[in-house]
Ligand binder design. Structure first.
Ligand code: NAI
Length: 415
C-alpha cells in the first residue's frame, strides 16, 4: 500500500520507537506462542502498536476502550492481517461494544493490555475461569490504575498487572504533554475559538491538568485551577495559576476543562454561576466529570450549533456549550486525533515492553497476582530508545560516581 492508501503510513513515520522494537524482535518473534488482547482507543497509533505486537509474533485480539473513539479506516487496515482479529467497529452502540469485549475474552488471551481496566475488570467479573489462566496484564491510564488498586484491595486479582501509567516514561509525557496539547487543540478546532486572553478553568491539577493548564497559559489564557488535594493546589499556586473553588471559578470561566478521574466536578450547584456561552470539556477517562444529567434537567431546550457541540439553553437565556458529550474531548470529538503520535510512541513502547517482559522475559512466572510497577530497567531502555530517535546523547555515570552513590559513609578521602 502507498502512503496515500495505507491509513497507518503517516503514523509509522512518527513512531520510531515502535518501529525499532519491531525491527529488533521481528526475526526472533519472542511472542509467537502467545495471544495478546488489547483494549485501547482504536485509531492510527493503536494500529501501529497492534502491528508491532504482531511482528514480534503475537496473535493480537483488538477492541476499543471507549465505544466512540474507533476509526473505521484503522479497523479496515487491521481486520484482514493474519494474526490480528478486531472486535470493534466505528459507530458501534454501547451494547455491541460491550458484547465484542466478551467475545474477545472468550478467545482466552494470555495477556491483556488494557485502558481503563475494561478487559481486566470484565474477565474477573464475568469470565473467572478464563481469568485464572491469564499470564499477566498492563494498564495504560490513571482511571484503570484506580480500578486495579480497588481490585487489589479486595484481593480479587488473579494475575500480575504492570501499572504502565505510573511509569515515568508514560505519565511525564503522555499525560502532561499529550493530553495538554491534544485537549486544547481539539477544544479550539471544535469551537473555532481562541484561547488567548480568555479564562480557562482547569478541574484537577494531576499530570493531565498540569499539562492543560501550563499549555493554556502558554497560549495567552488566564488560568484558574480547582483541586481537592491541598498539595496539588499549592503546586498549582507555585506554578503561577490562580486557585479557586469551582463555585468561585465558574463565574469567570470562558472554558472549563476537567481531568480529575472523578465524577461531578461540574454539577448542579455550579450551573447558576456559569456565564452565557461558556464552553465545557472533559479530558478525564470517563464521561462522568461534567454532570450531564444536571445540564439536561436545567435546560429548557438543547441544540447542536456545531458538530461536536451540545448547547443547553437555560430558561434565564444563558447558553452552556458542552463538547464531545462530556467524553474525552481529545479522543471522541468529530475532529479528534488523540495524542500526537510521538508521545504515544513512548506510551505504547512501554505497553509492548510490559507484555514482552512478562510473557517472554519470564517476569510473569515470578510475580504473584497483584499490581506492580514496571521495572526501572524497562523504563530506562525506552528512554534511551527515545533519545536515540532524537539523536540526543547523555552522559554515563563514571565508576567513581557510581561508587560515590553506593558508599553511604563517603569513606574514601578522595570524595
Ligand atoms: P492524577 O491522579 O495525576 O490527577 C487527578 C487530580 O484530580 C488529582 O490531583 C486529584 O486531587 C484531582 N481531583 C480529584 N477530584 C477532584 C475534584 N472533585 N475537583 C478537583 N480536582 C479533583 O490523574 P491524571 O493522570 O492527571 O489523569 C486524570 C484523568 O485523565 C484520569 O481519568 C485519566 O485516566 C485520564 N487521562 C486522560 C487522557 C486523555 O487522553 N484524555 C490521557 C491520560 C489520562
Amino acid at each position: 500500500m502507498s502512503d496515500e492508501t495505507d491509513p497507518l503510513a503517516w503514523t509509522r513515520d512518527y513512531t520510531p520507537i515502535l518501529r525499532s522494537l519491531a525491527e529488533e524482535y521481528g526475526d526472533d518473534e519472542p511472542l509467537s506462542d502467545y495471544t495478546v488482547a488489547l483494549a485501547s482507543h482504536l485509531e492510527q497509533k493503536t494500529g501501529v502498536l497492534v502491528e508491532t505486537l504482531n511482528e514480534a509474533g503475537a496473535d493480537v485480539l483488538v477492541t476499543g476502550s471507549e465505544p466512540h473513539s474507533t476509526k473505521a479506516e484503522v479497523v479496515d487496515a487491521l481486520r484482514d492481517q493474519p494474526g490480528i482479529e478486531t472486535f470493534v467497529e466505528a459507530g458501534m452502540s454501547e451494547e455491541a461494544w460491550e458484547a465484542g469485549q466478551h467475545d474477545l475474552l472468550e478467545r482466552e488471551p494470555d495477556f491483556i493490555l488494557d485502558d481503563g481496566c475494561e478487559l481486566i475488570a470484565k474477565v474477573h467479573a464475568d469470565h473467572p475461569e478464563i481469568a485464572r489462566h491469564v499470564v499477566g496484564g498492563g494498564e495504560q491510564t490513571t482511571a484503570g490504575i484506580t480500578r486495579l488498586e480497588a481490585m487489589e484491595a479486595d484481593d480479587v486479582l488473579e494475575f500480575p498487572v504492570y501499572g504502565v501509567n505510573d511509569t515515568p516514561m508514560k505519565h511525564f509525557f503522555d499525560n502532561v504533554h499529550g493530553t495538554g496539547e491534544s485537549s486544547l487543540s481539539n477544544v479550539m478546532i471544535t469551537t473555532n475559538t481562541m484561547l488567548s486572553g480568555k479564562t480557562v478553568v482547569v478541574g484537577g491539577y494531576g499530570y493531565c491538568g498540569r499539562g492543560i493548564a501550563r499549555k493554556a497559559r502558554g497560549m495567552g489564557a488566564q488560568t484558574i485551577v480547582t483541586e481537592v488535594d491541598p498539595r496539588k493546589a499549592l503546586e498549582a499556586h507555585m506554578d503561577g495559576h490562580r486557585i479557586e473553588t469551582m463555585e468561585a471559578a465558574a463565574s469567570e470561566a470562558d472554558y472549563v476543562i476537567t481531568s480529575t478521574g472523578n465524577r461531578d466536578v461540574v454539577r448542579e450547584e455550579h450551573l447558576d454561576e456559569l456565564q452565557d456561552g461558556v464552553i465545557l470539556a472533559n479530558a478525564g477517562h470517563f464521561d462522568v466529570e461534567i454532570g450531564i444529567a444536571d445540564l439536561e434537567d436545567a435546560a429548557e431546550r438543547v441544540t447542536e450549533p456545531r458538530d461536536g457541540v451540545t448547547r443547553y439553553h437555560l430558561d434565564d437565556g444563558r447558553r452552556i456549550n458542552l463538547l464531545a458529550e462530556g467524553r474525552l474531548v481529545n479522543l471522541t470529538g468529530p475532529h479528534s486525533n488523540g495524542h500526537p503520535a510521538e508521545v504515544m510512541d513512548t506510551t505504547f513502547a512501554m505497553m509492548f515492553e510490559a507484555a514482552r517482559d512478562m510473557l517472554a522475559g519470564g517476569s510473569g512466572e515470578e510475580l504473584a497476582p497483584g499490581l506492580y510497577a514496571i521495572p526501572d530497567r524497562l523504563d530506562r531502555e525506552v528512554a534511551y530508545r527515545k533519545l536515540d530517535t532524537l539523536d540526543v546523547a547523555v552522559d554515563d555515570l563514571t565508576e567513581r560516581q557510581r561508587e560515590y552513590y553506593e558508599d553511604w559513609e563517603h569513606s574514601d578521602s578522595a570524595f
